[in-house]
Design a protein around this ligand. Structure first.
Ligand code: CU
Length: 321
């Protein structure tokens, strides 16, 4: 179509027209609409590897909620369902969305729904969470997750393709689910959860742990990390390793090299790349070096072995349950 029009007009303006046409074509060809539906569920979930139950509030019955992954420029067509069986209003706050806090992010009563769209305009790693009052309680009880907005430019020397990808989301665990004041004032938290469980991927500190992150020696392992704590920053450190690269907020433009520990503010998401030695098997312990968090659950083992499952940390399976 553009070729015919180019022939029909003068050569000078044709070049301008063609360039604009190609840009429009490229954008419309790559940008897509991604439908995402969350159902708020007030339900018991296991918060450790033994299966200890906790009266959680969740998106779709799990802590954290499902991974949402789109590409920069995509439209997210979102629906939040709050079933009438629930006792509380719930809401959604996507940190990747630039909308109206009083409209899109407003609380939804039991028996009601909320539908809206937003364009994920900026590449990065973003938190999402329920923002219904009291927000601290809704997050502490489990209503949070990650939305990854992959850069539309794709991979480059500055942003190399990883061999494995894993999501880690940290949260403070408050066993008294009703004590909102304690959550706000940072009292009474007893443990740290990684993807919803204490020592979730740490068979060294918890004999009931059956999962760990795995990779082959020399793999570039990319961690998408979100600090979903209520009040505590995270000192994110790979024991026996060094972060090869950190992309602050998950944006390839914001790159740091060769960092031991990075301070992750509450409600931040970043990308952390680690590359283990290629010539022999090793292990890393990815920790919140803040000892009150590490020794109470925020340790994740990364095993680098030649016989690592070739499918681990690939495709859709990047948040291990
Ligand atoms: Cu909620």
């Amino acid at each position: 179509m553009f070729i015919d029009k180019k022939r029909a007009i003068g050569i000078g303006s044709a070049m301008v027209f063609t360039a604009a046409g190609l840009m429009m074509t490229a954008q419309s060809a790559s940008a897509k609409t991604v439908e995402v539906t969350f159902t708020a569920k007030e339900t018991d979930v296991a918060i450790d590897n033994k299966g200890t139950k906790y009266p959680a509030w969740t998106f779709d019955g799990t802590i954290p909620g499902k991974v949402v992954r789109v590409t920069e420029g995509d439209t997210v067509d979102f629906t939040l369902i709050n079933p009438k069986e629930n006792k509380n209003s719930h809401s959604i706050d996507f940190h990747a969305a630039e909308v109206d806090v009083l409209d899109e992010f407003a609380p939804v009563k039991p028996g009601e729904k909320k539908h809206f769209k937003f364009v994920a305009k900026r590449a990065g790693v973003f938190m999402y969470h329920c923002g219904a009052p009291t927000m601290a309680q809704h997050i502490a009880r489990g209503m949070y997750g990650i939305i990854i907005v992959d850069p539309k430019e794709g991979y480059s020397d500055k942003f190399p393709k990883p061999d494995r990808e894993y999501v880690l989301i940290q949260q403070q665990y408050f066993p008294n689910a009703e004590d909102k004041a304690a959550m706000i004032e940072n009292r009474g938290w007893t443990n740290s959860l990684i993807n919803g469980k204490i020592f979730h991927y740490d068979p060294v500190h918890d004999p009931d742990a059956s999962l760990a992150l795995t990779a082959k020696p020399g793999d570039r392992v990319r961690i998408y990390f979100v600090n979903a704590n209520i009040n505590m920053p995270v000192a994110f450190h790979p024991i026996a390793g060094i972060w090869d690269r950190i992309y602050i907020n998950g944006n390839p433009e914001n790159v740091l090299y060769d960092v031991q520990t990075y301070n992750v503010a509450v409600a931040t998401g970043d990308i952390y790349d680690i590359v283990s030695p290629a010539d022999h098997p090793t292990n890393n312990a990815i920790v919140d070096h803040t000892m009150s968090a590490a020794m109470r659950g925020a340790i994740t083992v990364l095993m680098n072995t030649p016989d690592a499952d070739p499918d681990a940390g690939k495709g859709d399976n990047i948040l291990l349950r």
